[in-house]
Write a protein that binds this ligand. Sequence first.
Ligand code: HEM
Length: 452
Amino acid sequence: MRKIEQIPALTFLAKSRQIYKNPLPFHRENFQKYGNTFKISPKPGLMIHFTCDEKITQHILQKNQKNFNKSTLQTEDLGKYIGHGLLTENGEKWRANRKLIQPAFYKKSISSLMRTMDEVIQEEFSKIKTDEAIDVYEVFNDLAFKVVARSLFDLADIDDLEEKISRLQFITEKAQKMLIKELRIPWMKWYFDREWLSGENSVPHALELIEEAREILRNIINNRRSSDREPGDLLDMLLHSTYEDGSYMEDDQLVDEILVLFIAGHETTANALSFAAQLLAHHPETIAKANKEISHLDNKDLMTGLMQMPYIKQCVDETLRMYPPAYVTDRVAIAADSCEDIAIAKGSIWLISFYEMHRRKDLWEDPEVFNPDRFAPDKAKAYRDFYFPFGAGPRMCVGNNFAVFEMILVIARMLERFEITPVHDSIDYHPLITLKPRNAQLLFKKKAATEN
Ligand code: HEM
């Protein structure tokens, strides 16, 4: 068996503050030094492997995925805030719920959501301030949250749905911030656990807010159940779907799944859209090509129109290669295993870096260059084995089609209305739970045709 290089625990501990702040330089430095896999044992009995090896990734996520669970970071730490839904569950419960939820995200179902999606997008773009630098992350964060919310619920569900959606957004973002604090400053856990010390920045306060969010969701579900409306939104699809034994999902589980869809679906998409807009603005030649496709926008049949925008789709693919919002994932080996000449010990943790895999020089030509042409239809197949922006295998992102169609539509509508130019020379980011853009300012100018 091949020996995997181990970084001394002291070297890791000495840099731990830096690594918690931004792990990417640490990953890059060690992949360059030790190859595509290295390991660390931060404490006795715990072995973490870092990998950007495509074969090991396929083994863990696809070929032998049954032998790998998500780590407690996802099931317990994240689960504490967003409950136990698809993203945070393992085993049989995950399998049954995935089977029930998956059809709501088939292309046919998404097609019926496109009009609502488009309404939200147009509404948000009509609010954009032109001719001054604006942070696109703020625009796309609101937009992506509202797109998920309005795809799930109908305005007639409760009187003040818009207000409740804002409250849900505030709460889920507050809970995420709390989780980031807990993960990045673990030595302060005792402090965050005590409300009387840390007040609004405490874990109990965040959990109280999450309970409020659950109550809002329970109300919406109850109202829908007691009405005879069937608006054909995601909630409708979830309420009508059954498990293999014919039973329906319990309300508490439904609430957890909806929270998961909010968390998993809005920030990742907002990040990706912010990176995409910046990359396009930095490469006017790509905007010129994309502009040629926006005439396919068809208000009567949005989905068919989007399918005729292959270049914009390539821009989305290339953005997700360079800045995969889910830049890492992890798994724990249930039993001892091996992949080619690498031994996988029972209980070992495997942290897969999609970010590094997408930038490996031996896999990609000029990986640091934004080149949507590499995803042209006749070339894209070549990357199938090492391009994983949505993960791979049975736990691959359930919302991937939803996200891609949403992104194509947003980009097409943006280019239809605006000319965009960069404010900064480079694109900055900070890796938290997801890879988030930083200082994502752009200048929007109204296009002559839409000026009035
Ligand atoms: C650009 C946007 C998105 C990206 C990059 C992304 C990425 C990912 C990745 C990499 C995973 C797999 C994680 C793993 O294997 O550990 C995942 C899972 C998941 N995503 Fe997404 N996602 C996006 C948008 C969405 C949207 C729009 C939704 C729903 C509205 C969604 C819902 C989920 C759920 C529920 C899971 C868990 C699936 C399971 O474990 O069965 N995601 N996502």
